[in-house]
Design a protein around this ligand. Structure first.
Ligand code: NDP
Ligand code: BG6
Length: 518
């Protein structure tokens, strides 16, 4: 084991996992094929191919693999390879990029036409022979969500959903959004289960692939000192923020029918909440972790002392300025209805009604076109019970705050009080920082890379299970329905570049608290 090494201000890494130990943890998957439906689309080029290439560079892809894109657009193999090359940018060497794209192919066909799947089946058999992948296939659904059920059915009908030999496997990755309410999510689950077993289905949430999100589990369950204080006796409240400075960009077609609750809360924010609030699992196995996460959402509720509408704020951005640049309002964005009532911002005050968290509010907010891009979780501890530092009263002494910085500047910070040089009663809040990049000398890897790797090795821990999803929709459905009924009423507006509508400040200020943004 290396000696204790000081790598960054405030952080000492005293045990570095050696290369040999890492190899044990980072299993290299067996040879397999990756088949992406919707391969002409934005996600494939912006995220999926670069993520696969980063695994290739790290030697975490199997030594034999192929990637086959499927979509309606007419495209030859060389044209797809050319596009793939473009989206890899300058990553790796030119030789590595060319070697990688050489393994990429493309099949054009209608997703609803059985003929597409016949041709696909034949092509996959040929690829199995060339790459010795023995029928191990990862199907990735990256089309509009309305096609997920139909594609799955066609794969089943063509005999492509079942492994053809004991060495083979077939896995299905389903992109978000998974349904748009409980009913549609249940229907989609039913459609997938008619063809695939639950242990073949990987419902993706790219937040779970973020290194700092996984670190929440290490922090909570690989350190003994936090567990005793991780409850309503010591924690006053929790804030979870996912702020984006970007607007709706080119995704209005999808976003107009989604809005911030479906786009960010139902999946990403509720995943963060589950990781912060879950009980210690019995092991680090996929189902043990997911059992505990599902229990958190089963206990999720609005506080019972008032109408939940007072605990839920929705907003939409108007024109404003971000980093000095004037940007249009949501209703002026291309392909957005000029009278749209879609929320681009939401804030909720929720509670988890169990013994650990009873009475602890969780304030969640997320929005587009906010002042900056930042995602973090803050655990705000209670004030000291009494002050010995008179005349300072207990509630005048700042509480401890633990901050998980999910992005950017990934890391963890702990704020505490310290004696300020000077007169006897000078007190200051100081911060102890752990910065991921400084400490480990590398940038956290791309979330999709980790998730691809997990699918290839068959680990479902970082994927949403159907019961978790059902709980999350069950909680949000009434809110979504009420907001849909009342469209305009209650929609608050905020200028782009701000921290959201004033109503969201009221939501937390009513309780004598403030959103923390610095
Ligand atoms: P795109 O809108 O780019 O669509 C992907 C492909 O699907 C298109 O290239 C197109 O291929 C096909 N397609 C589009 N519209 C239709 C249609 N009406 N009927 C049949 N096929 C259609 O989507 P993205 O790549 O942006 O996203 C793919 C999936 O991933 C979506 O479910 C999205 O919600 C999800 N996602 C995307 C993110 C992103 O950042 N882009 C982030 C998180 C999730 P062709 O016409 O060639 O068949
Ligand atoms: C996606 C949402 O799931 O997450 C987008 O559909 C959002 O609207 C994105 O911009 C945010 O992801 P990240 O990783 O940039 O925080």
């Amino acid at each position: 084991m290396p000696a204790e090494t000081s790598l960054a201000q405030g952080v000492t890494v005293s045990r570095v996992i050696t290369k040999e130990e890492l190899c044990v943890l980072e299993k290299v998957p067996a040879p397999c094929g990756i088949i992406i439906f919707g391969a002409s689309g934005d996600l494939t080029h912006r995220k999926l191919l670069p993520a696969l290439f980063s695994l290739y560079l790290e030697k975490l892809l199997p030594n034999q693999f192929y990637i086959l894109g499927v979509a309606r657009s007419a495209m030859t193999d060389p044209a797809f390879q050319e596009r793939a090359l473009e989206c890899l940018g300058q990553a790796g060497t030119s030789g590595a990029r060319h070697e990688f794209v050489r393994r990429c192919g493309y099949l054009s066909g209608d997703y609803q036409d059985s003929r597409t799947y016949e041709v696909l089946g034949q092509r996959l058999m040929g690829l199995d022979r060339v790459y010795e992948t023995v029928g191990r296939r990862l199907f990735y659904l990256s089309t509009p969500p309305s096609l997920y059920g139909a594609i799955s059915k066609k794969l089943g009908a063509a005999g492509l959903s079942k492994a053809g030999s004991p060495d083979a496997w077939v896995r299905l990755v389903v992109e978000k959004p998974f349904g748009s309410n409980l009913q549609s999510a249940t229907q989609l689950n039913k459609a997938l289960h008619e063809v695939f077993q639950e242990n073949q289905i990987y419902r993706i949430d790219h937040y779970l692939g973020k290194e700092t999100v996984q670190n929440i589990l290490m922090f909570r369950f690989a350190n003994a000192i936090y567990q005793p204080i991780w409850n309503n006796k010591y924690i006053d409240h929790v804030q979870i923020t996912a702020a984006e400075s970007a607007g709706v960009e080119h995704r209005a077609g999808y976003y107009e029918n989604a809005g911030a609750l479906r786009d960010m809360f139902q999946n990403h924010l509720f995943q963060l909440l589950s990781l912060v609030a879950m009980e210690p699992p019995s092991s680090f196995s996929a189902d043990a972790v997911r059992d505990e996460k599902a229990k958190v959402l089963a206990s999720l509720c609005f506080s019972k002392d008032c109408d939940w509408e007072d605990r839920a704020v929705r907003g939409q951005y108007e024109a404003g300025a971000i980093a000095g640049e004037v940007v249009p309002g949501y209703r002026q964005e291309p392909a957005v209805n000029p009278e749209s009532s879609t929320e681009t911002y939401a804030a909720l005050k929720v509670e988890i009604d169990n013994w650990r968290w009873h009475g602890v509010p969780f304030y969640l907010r997320s929005g587009k076109r906010l002042a900056e891009r930042t995602t973090d979780i803050r655990i705000i501890f209670k004030h000291v019970p009494t002050s010995i530092f008179q005349p300072l009263m207990a509630d005048q002494i700042s509480p401890n705050i633990l901050r998980f910085r999910i992005q950017p500047n990934e890391g963890i910070a702990l704020c505490f009080e310290a004696k300020h040089p000077g007169p006897k009663l000078c007190m200051s809040t100081v911060t102890m920082h752990f910065d991921y990049e400084e400490a480990f000398g590398i940038r956290p890897p791309e979330a999709y890379a980790r998730l691809f790797q997990d699918v290839m090795i068959g680990d479902q821990t970082l994927f949403a299970r159907q019961d978790w999803l059902a709980h999350s929709w069950r909680f949000l459905d009434p809110v979504l329905e009420r907001w849909a009924e009342r469209k305009e009423t209650g929609l608050a507006f905020y200028p782009a570049g701000s921290w959201g509508p004033a109503e969201a400040d009221d939501l937390i200020q009513k309780d004598g608290r403030q959103w923390l943004t610095t």
